[in-house]
Design a protein around this ligand. Structure first.
Ligand code: CP3
Length: 360
């Protein structure tokens, strides 16, 4: 690392500023909607790609080159750090993470060990380093699952709709719940810190399923652990985006746990969520991922509505959740161009073609 990284639209927006154009990236921007990724997946498993630095880095970097997005997100999965923590799991295609022995008692929770990423996850850190080198100044976003969302997979054993076992344990045995959540804060905190040390310049914490909780349960059983996690992450001096789906009722409680920015889904306009947030807190979102399956005029209309509603200051354009597999990559590229073109500040001379891949 010889020179200071170039200014970045993403980092400007996450600092509450107004970049030359609105930054845009997409959750699941590397994945099955891409023919190149599907071709790679015919030869390698998802976790095999994530655990092979050359492959992980090339999949991570591809959307920046292909669509001109303003950030890359590390190709990995929220379950990856749980492997060395002692959890045996697989990722089943079309299903998601499946845990061999779901955690239901103190003995199960005691199996979750500390993780030393340099020793236990060197392949992930090498993927970060290779991605950062190939990105030439475009920021890499490191990520982890939030303790609640990880706990939901550990306890249910697989993706769930009701989270009944998770809630049952949370209510029935608060001591055990806190032990498990504390331990997940340790694992996630170490994993995120290591990604920043390896070159990630922003972090996103996915609490994808927190929206299943009532506000009171979130505040009593999850928020204290998020406060501890974000307090620890502050020392890393990189912006941290906190994201959940269907969690409008939690927005102000989530913001109060101390992230830099809040990621929101499509159910409410950004302007409406903002009224419940601390003044000036940056927001990321929130086009409905299904909109990208619609004819282009509908995509454009809905994207313009998001941009008009959210404004330019402290705003990162994204979808309200991950890109859906039937999405046409050409629509993704066109959407990036639209976001950049429609939000270009009068003073900035460089168009999307010039900006592409430069990280400016
Ligand atoms: O481009 C990116 O966003 C980076 C890569 C990434 C993956 N998973 C790759 C992946 C990221 C950031 C994740 C995070 C993740 N994983 C979350 C949080 C984000 C969210 O969607 O809410 C969650 C809940 C998981 C758990 C998980 N892993 C699920 C629900 C699934 C989908 C199952 C399926 O097949 O539909 C996975 C598998 C997974 N993770 C895939 C990818 C590209 C698809 C698997 C494949 O290639 O076969």
């Amino acid at each position: 690392m010889t020179t200071a990284p170039a200014a970045s639209r993403l980092l400007t927006a996450l600092a509450g500023g107004e970049p030359d154009s609105t930054p845009v990236w997409f959750m699941r921007q590397a994945g099955r909607y891409q023919p190149e990724y599907r071709a790679l997946r015919r030869r390698h498993g998802m976790l095999e790609i994530a655990n092979t630095p050359e492959l992980a880095a090339s999949v991570t970097v591809a959307p920046v080159r292909q669509y001109g997005v303003d950030a890359a997100i590390l190709f990995s999965d929220i379950m990856v750090p749980l492997g060395p923590a002692g959890v045996s799991f697989e990722i089943q295609e079309g299903v998601g993470p499946v845990v061999a022995e779901p955690i239901r008692d103190a003995a199960g929770a005691a199996r979750i060990r500390d993780v030393d990423p340099a020793r236990d996850l060197p392949q992930v850190l090498e993927a970060v380093e290779r991605s950062v080198a190939a990105l030439a100044g475009v920021p890499l976003i490191g990520f982890a699952g939030a303790p609640f969302t990880l706990a939901s997979y550990l306890i249910e054993g697989r993706p769930s709709r009701q989270y009944a076992e998770t809630k049952r344990l949370m209510w029935a045995d608060p001591g055990l719940w806190d032990t498990l959540m504390n331990q997940l804060v340790r694992v996630v905190g170490a994993h995120l810190a290591a990604q920043v040390r390896a070159g990630a310049r922003a972090l996103q914490v996915f609490d994808s399923w927190a929206g299943a909780l009532a506000l009171g349960d979130y505040e009593a059983s999850v928020a204290p652990h998020m406060r501890a996690l974000f307090a620890e992450l502050r020392a890393l001096s990189v912006p941290v985006i906190y994201f959940a789906v269907g969690a409008g009722h939690l927005a102000s409680a989530m913001a109060a746990t101390g992230p830099t920015a809040l990621g929101v889904d499509w159910r409410e306009p950004v302007s409406q969520v903002r009224r419940r947030l601390p003044p000036g807190m940056p927001v990321q979102g929130n086009l409905d991922p299904a909109a990208l399956l619609a004819p282009w005029p509908d995509v454009a209309r809905q994207a313009r509505a998001v941009l008009a509603d959210a404004g330019r200051r402290g705003f990162v354009f994204n979808l309200g959740h991950g890109i859906l597999p039937p999405t046409d990559p050409a629509a993704v590229a066109r959407l990036v161009e639209l976001v950049h073109a429609e939000t270009q500040s009068p003073g900035s001379k460089s168009g999307p073609e010039v900006e592409r891949g430069t990280g400016a």
